[in-house]
Design a protein. Structure first.
Length: 117
């Protein structure tokens, strides 16, 4: 009830809500298309690159405090699939894995892999 009164007094709130919901729908639609048409390997690399960018802006480092389950959830895949891809990336020297952390060893190559697995 109080929210409805606020919306009545401030019509711009409706526009802000509509804009926010529209942005969320676009984001979710993009994720759905990505999940349907982008290979899991490329998705996983892209998600790691995105997280790396966020982490470097926050902490100035290339270490991501992520478990393998976290990585699987980020890429929208199963843990066994994420583990397989992470092992392959590790063998190629793109990442180093520890129990609760992924270290991006070669961010440029990882980004290239996300675009053309």
């Amino acid at each position: 009830m109080a929210f409805d009164e606020l919306r009545d007094r401030q019509p711009s709130i409706d526009r802000a809500l509509a804009d926010s919901l529209g942005a969320e729908v676009r984001h979710l639609s993009g994720q759905l298309v990505d999940a349907m048409y982008t290979p899991v390997e490329a998705r996983l690399c892209a998600r790691l690159c995105t997280r790396l960018l966020e982490a470097s802006e926050q902490w100035g480092r290339a270490r991501l405090p992520l478990t393998q389950q976290d990585v699987a959830e980020l890429a929208g895949t199963t843990r066994p699939t994420a583990n397989r891809v992470l092992r392959q990336l590790s063998e190629e020297g793109l990442v180093r894995l520890s129990r609760s952390e992924v270290v991006i060893a070669d961010p440029e190559r990882l980004l290239r892999r996300s675009r053309g697995w």
